[in-house]
Ligand binder design. Structure first.
Ligand code: PLP
Length: 387
């Protein structure tokens, strides 16, 4: 079969591959602790499920407007206005099936050969994959553990060229749990304005934050008109399987993104959208409880990882991932991740699954029970001590 050339530039998300391998081992009777996949282990809150069930009974089983149902676009506009301290109207909102399509559509509508996109590395692998797919050049900016997995604004400016079109930022971040400081975001905004760049701000973990308040680059004067906010329901409301996300951007961009939606998915599932509106406007108590549980697990996993010879883990300030350095073990990230799965039944991801600068790290998702975390820590420790 001959494929279009662009297919050779498309990457993947290896969390799904590791999950498949782990499931295959489980099917053979092995006991596996899953720390590979980035999704809350909690069920979707009851009220949200009930809203979807009622919506199905009420006949929300048809197409909706491509950019989303008016009631949901309004709820999102209100929510984003409130949480980012900005003024958003529904025509700036595009509802899509998950956060990922916002990346896909952003690259498709803004980037092409000859353009450059600056993106954090290590980071969610779909950024690099989609930049390459669009034909643009992917320009990594290295995140360092010493800076809490942020980057220095001056390092960003050094990478800007006349071809730079877009900067991607992600705070709180996958895979590192890092949170970019408000001061750094202000400096990044200054660079974006000075060089007339667009910012894709992936804020999917904006509610899963442990210290202080979430701060969006879109809140900075002059940024709303050049920022595409990516957010969604997957992580905040434990709704990964519902496929519900959205982009918030200037209305002219929103219209073009909606055109891509017409050409791809037509719309997001109607009953999911009704449930999404219920999620945003209903009680947030379940979210708070989930974040409190993640915080306890974070403390457990970080303390345990720092006991393992050759591991060093800083405290993640958001999301639900630990990203320990394993440099002290002398092992390669991918080799250790493979051994942990095959020898100890612990599924984790190699830091290199998130880009070349992820070498020397592992990613562990701690969105699982304390029991599982303790079992995983014991097993990892045993493998590392074996050498
Ligand atoms: N952005 C980041 C940083 C993520 O980690 C993920 C999922 O893991 C997404 C976006 C995509 O979320 P969704 O499942 O809603 O497409």
């Amino acid at each position: 079969m001959k494929f279009a050339t662009r297919m050779s530039r498309l990457g993947t998300e290896s969390a799904f591959e590791v999950l498949a391998r782990a499931k295959a081992l489980e099917a053979e009777g092995h006991d596996i602790v899953h720390l590979e996949i980035g999704e809350p282990d909690f069920d979707t809150p009851h009220d949200i499920v009930e809203a979807a069930v009622q919506a199905l009974r009420d006949g929300y089983t048809h197409y909706t407007p491509a950019a989303g149902m008016p009631v949901l676009r309004q709820a999102i506009a209100d929510y984003v206005s409130h949480t980012r301290d900005v003024n958003i109207t529904p025509d700036q909102v595009v509802v899509v099936p998950g956060g990922k399509p916002v990346m896909f559509h952003t690259m498709m509508m803004l980037c092409e050969e000859g353009d450059e996109v600056i993106y954090p590395n290590p980071s969610f692998p779909i950024y690099e994959s989609m930049i390459n797919f669009s034909g643009a050049k992917a320009v990594p900016i290295r995140l360092s553990m010493d800076r809490g997995f942020g980057f220095a604004p001056e390092d960003l400016e050094a990478l800007v060229t006349p071809q730079t079109r877009l900067i991607i930022i992600n705070s709180p971040a996958n895979p590192t749990g890092g949170v970019q400081s408000a001061e750094d975001l202000r400096a990044i905004a200054e660079i974006a304005i000075k060089h007339d760049l667009i910012v894709l701000s992936d804020e999917i973990y904006s509610r899963i934050i442990y210290d202080g308040e979430f701060f969006s680059i879109a809140s900075i004067p002059g940024m709303l008109e050049r920022t595409i906010i990516l957010d969604g329901f997957s992580k905040t409301y434990a709704m990964t399987g519902w496929r519900m996300g959205y982009g918030v951007m200037p209305a002219t961009l929103a219209q073009r993104m909606a055109q891509l939606v017409v050409n791809s998915t037509s719309c997001t599932a109607a009953f999911s959208q009704v449930a999404g509106a219920a999620a945003l406007t209903g009680s947030q108590a379940d979210v708070d409880q989930m974040v409190a549980a993640f915080r306890e697990r974070r403390d457990l996993v970080v303390a345990g990882l720092n006991e393992i010879p050759g591991f060093k883990c800083i405290v993640p300030r958001g999301a639900f991932y630990a990203f320990p350095s394993i440099e002290g073990t002398g092992l390669k990230s991918k080799d250790l991740a493979d051994r942990l799965l095959s020898e100890a039944g612990v599924a984790v991801l190699s830091g290199t699954a998130f880009g070349a600068y992820g070498e020397g790290f592992l990613r562990l998702s701690y969105a699982t029970s304390k029991d599982n975390i303790n079992r995983a820590l014991e097993r990892i420790d045993a493998v590392v001590r074996k050498g």
